[in-house]
Design a binder for this molecule. Structure first.
Ligand SMILES: Cc1cc2nc3c(=O)[nH]c(=O)nc-3n(C[C@H](O)[C@H](O)[C@H](O)COP(=O)(O)OP(=O)(O)OC[C@H]3O[C@@H](n4cnc5c(N)ncnc54)[C@H](O)[C@@H]3O)c2cc1C
Length: 406
């Protein structure tokens, strides 16, 4: 068996593209990542990484401390009118103990920087990935694993991976048709607040008492979500609510500017202590929650789509990013060094990848959509908790490769 590396082209340097780059460079392959933006920086606020996400990220060499992550020690549930902490429901399940990996909160910029360092730096096995910034991919040929850039340059590889997010360009070439997510009727305000502004405010003791927590404030059809990030120096704060913008194109616009006043107005009937936190927000953005159902396929010839390009989901289960990292790790396992670069082998491995990843990600996507559409308060406990967090993508992918089903 030849030990020649594959030439892998990844479209998109978001969390999925970078994590996949790390997995494939560590496997020994030559990886080029094409990113349309110039900075390859993350937008948005923070991300909560559940134990299954942490397990996948650790296997890629991520050090939570370097990413300035904060471990979640408990989940606090409040109702919108509640002012008495005695009636708060607190879940203190020790997830690290139960699942061997913690649940941690991270600012997206910190996580993105750390993944970028691991993908393109000298640390770790394999040759650093080459990151091509300011390179929007316009056309792809899924059978040939080739891309055409906006200046007309054609680049071909052995394997092509579309990690280009919810509005993926690669997707329609893989599917042979346009299937795009559409507005769900829900949106979320997002902001971050320096923890020092919260620390000495008595009305915010619901946040500052045991601050290493996920806090959920619940009302019919609306939820406030609060948790720390960046070594505990920042609070990530968001508010899910029914979309109020009427314009159809606005309803598709991710990371649109909003205001504290709009945030306050939407949650105006919440108890004062919750509005006190909204009052501390300075820069507020608004994200539509887009929705779709399981796609017919993720693969075509030498090409696959992964991450949000394949299975973007409602954030209600906190699993969107987790499923991206599971994709990345299993792609790395499916293509060990020495994988022949003939079309039949590459196609077969992608089908094997799809056979383990699509059922799992789609089931979680469907569940997230159901909870999101119903806007029900969701407690992740018992069987649901175990199904999500105990899953070991590394073992599942290794077993699938070692014992493929006929
Ligand atoms: C409000 C909200 C809260 C969330 N909270 C959580 C959470 O707590 N936990 C969790 O696990 N998940 C969460 N998620 C989901 C998670 O954020 C996403 O699943 C994840 O960030 C998707 O990463 P990605 O790399 O697949 O896509 P993206 O982050 O969209 O990255 C795609 C990249 O591709 C680039 N690109 C696009 N088109 C092209 C092109 N033609 N050529 C070249 N480059 C291109 C883009 O510039 C971008 O850099 C949340 C999502 C939302 C909306």
């Amino acid at each position: 068996m030849s030990n020649a590396p594959l030439h892998v082209i990844i479209v998109g340097a978001g969390l999925t593209g970078l994590a996949t780059g790390i997995a494939l460079r560590r496997a020994g392959h030559r990886v080029d990542i094409y990113e349309k933006s110039n900075f390859a920086n993350e937008v948005g606020a923070a991300i909560a990484c559940a134990p299954n996400a942490t397990r996948a990220l650790r296997s890629l060499g991520l050090d939570i401390k370097r990413a300035r992550g904060v471990e979640r020690l408990q989940t606090k549930y409040f109702t919108k009118d509640e002012t008495d902490d005695d009636t708060t429901y607190v879940n203190t399940t020790d997830l690290k103990q139960n699942y061997g990996a913690p649940w941690f909160f991270c600012h997206r910029v910190d996580l993105h920087l750390e993944l970028r360092r691991l993908a393109t730096g000298s640390e770790g096995a394999g040759k650093p990935c080459i990151l091509h910034l300011g390179c929007p991919v316009k056309v792809i040929d899924p059978e040939a694993a080739s891309i055409t850039l906006s200046d007309g340059e054609l680049v071909s590889g052995d394997l092509l991976i579309g990690a280009d997010g919810i509005n993926s360009s690669v997707r329609r070439f893989v599917l042979g048709e346009e299937i795009n997510p559409y507005p769900s009727g829900l949106a979320t305000f997002r902001t971050v607040i320096p923890f020092e502004e919260v620390a000495n405010n008595p009305s915010l003791s619901w946040v500052t008492t045991n601050p290493e927590a996920l806090g959920l404030v619940w009302a019919e059809k609306r939820t406030l979500v609060v948790y720390p990030c960046r070594d505990g120096t920042l609070l990530n704060f968001s508010g899910n609510h029914p979309e109020r913008r009427k314009d159809a194109s606005e309803q598709l616009r991710i990371n649109a500017p909003s205001t504290r006043e709009e945030f306050l107005d939407t949650f105006g009937d919440f108890a004062e202590r919750y509005k006190d936190l909204i009052n501390l927000s300075k820069e507020v953005s608004i994200w539509p929650l887009l929705i779709w159902d399981e796609l017919p396929t993720w693969t075509h010839g030498r090409t696959c789509i992964i991450g949000d390009a394949a299975h973007a989901m409602f954030p209600m289960l906190g699993q969107g990013g987790a499923q991206c990292f599971e994709d990345a790790v299993s792609i790395g396992i499916m293509f060990p060094l020495g994988t022949p670069n003939d079309k039949e082998t590459i196609e077969g491995r992608l089908k094997l990848f799809e056979s383990i990843r699509k059922p799992r990600a789609s089931e979680i996507q469907t569940m997230s959509n159901r909870f999101g559409r119903g806007q029900k308060l969701l407690k992740i406990e018992g069987k649901l908790e175990a199904d999500l967090y105990a899953y070991d993508v590394i073992q599942v992918a290794k077993d699938a490769l070692a014992y493929p089903r006929e």
